[in-house]
Design a protein around this ligand. Structure first.
Ligand code: B12
Ligand code: SF4
Ligand code: SF4
Length: 368
């Protein structure tokens, strides 16, 4: 058993190691999901707010001990992905599609996991007793925001994101569950006050109550998680989003002065436009930031795999991205998209075809 001064110095050393590995925040929570959050999660599931995300129904969500028997602490970390590019609400070009900010560069799952593995290695060198550890980033059934709040990394805000008073909310979180008993942090207080900007700005009215998101109305859910047809009544609300949505964070006053990352992995990717962009001579550079819809619609499957290699966008899959692009083109009402949409309307995939036909009807109906 460690003495109290050893516990305190171990925590400080862990935080220093986390910072040197590129993490922007690091705090310690008890190894138990707070009861209030577990109840809210069960209520959320009961209302069917998770929709098609069946992975959200895994019962271990409420029980950290099932994930790591003997766990005593959770080391929570956050990494900022914000870069100095305009917000989605500042870019209104209907000819371009919005990929959400976290998805402009590399997929964070691998890079966070690798950093967390290095952090575990570093802790093994400084801890005076053996311990078990398990790394989690997004995919494990954990209420990550609830744990991060308990670790003092921020408050769960009305838009349901975790916000830190100095860092804003443009960050991703990960955890190390451990059998080590570490000095705990205090949960962060709520700073939303009377503000309701995110609730008012959400185009699909997905924030049904402060802190409660009906995912089945969220643009992020439709464009990333839904694998088949997007119900027609929800297509107009998607606007020009082709992967995820940033609006409820864009409007948040706590993000006004949010810091930027210096990490290359989160910077937007650039591509050379052209029919075969890998072999044709360099033409106009395009990027994952505010990408031209026509260019996205022109990608073949091989090009999609090449351009979005190790990118979060891969989660939507090729057919899902084309579906989203067709919806965004339809919503734009831009007539010059008709030739691209006619190509997509001949696509062998019936889902892509149907969304392109819908978009053509939508643009044509604007004639009268
Ligand atoms: C499923 C999921 C989604 C779903 C559902 C989102 C949701 N709000 O549940 C969809 C696809 C819509 C989604 C979207 C996004 N996601 Co997501 N997602 C997840 C995932 C895998 C699970 C979230 C979850 O447990 N939901 C269940 C609900 C019940 O939990 P909750 O929303 O956190 O609710 C808590 C509070 O709101 C509170 N609460 C509930 N009811 C009430 C009622 C009252 C009155 C009060 C006061 C509180 C309260 O208690 C709940 C439990 O703690 C997590 C990773 C993980 N394993 O945690 C990432 C995660 C939450 N997502 C993340 C990100 C980045 C996003 C997007 C920004 C991506 C994008 N740009 O499109 C958007 C943001 C949308 C938003 N406003 O939340 C990050 C969030 C980082 C942060 N700073 O908060 C996470 C943590 C991934 C990560 N490892 O970094 N996501
Ligand atoms: S991510 Fe977009 S659609 Fe989802 S709750 Fe926020 S503003 Fe609404
Ligand atoms: S916009 Fe306002 S209410 Fe919404 S999360 Fe930010 S501070 Fe809270």
């Amino acid at each position: 058993m460690l003495a109290i001064d050893q516990i305190i110095s171990l925590k400080t050393e862990i935080q220093q190691a986390a910072s040197s590995l590129g993490f922007d925040l690091c705090g310690i929570a008890p190894a138990a999901t707070p009861v209030r959050d577990r109840d809210k999660y069960l209520e959320w599931l009961g209302k069917g707010f998770h929709g098609e995300m069946k992975y959200m129904e895994r019962p271990e969500h409420a029980d950290i001990q099932q994930l790591l028997p003997g766990a005593r602490s959770v080391i929570c970390v956050a990494i900022i992905y914000n870069t100095p590019h305009p917000k989605s609400i500042e870019c209104n070009d209907p000819e371009r599609g919005w990929i959400s900010r976290y998805a402009w560069g590399e997929d964070y799952h691998e890079s966070l996991k690798n950093r967390l593995k290095l952090l575990v290695d570093a802790i093994r060198k400084i801890a005076t007793e053996p311990f078990d550890a398990r790394i989690c980033v997004d995919t494990a059934p954990l209420l990550e925001r609830a744990l991060a709040r308990a670790a003092g990394l921020g408050w769960i805000a009305k838009n349901s994101c975790l916000i830190h008073p100095k860092k804003g909310s443009w960050f991703l979180i990960g955890e190390i569950l451990t059998t080590l008993a570490l000095e705990l942090d205090q949960p962060s207080p709520d700073h939303c006050g009377s503000c309701t900007r995110c609730i008012d700005a959400c185009p699909t009215v997905a924030i049904v109550q402060p802190g409660v998101l009906d995912a089945t109305r969220c643009i992020s859910y439709f464009t990333i998680e839904v694998k088949e047809s997007i119900p027609e009544e929800h297509r107009a609300g998607i606007g020009r989003h082709v992967f995820g949505c940033d609006i409820c964070q864009d409007v948040c006053p706590w993000n006004r002065k949010a810091p930027f990352t210096v990490l290359d992995e989160f910077q937007p990717r650039t591509f050379n436009q052209g029919n075969d962009a890998r072999t044709s001579p360099p033409q106009e550079k395009t990027s994952s930031f505010n990408a031209p819809l026509e260019w996205l619609a022109s990608l073949n499957e091989e090009e999609f795999r090449h351009f979005f290699r190790k990118s979060p966008v891969r989660r939507a899959r090729y057919r899902g991205l084309l579906r989203n692009v067709a919806v965004a083109m339809g919503n734009s009402k831009v007539k010059k998209f008709l030739p691209s949409l006619r190509c997509l309307a001949n696509h062998p995939d019936p889902m892509v075809k149907e969304h392109a036909q819908w978009a053509i009807r939508k643009i044509d109906s604007d004639d009268c």
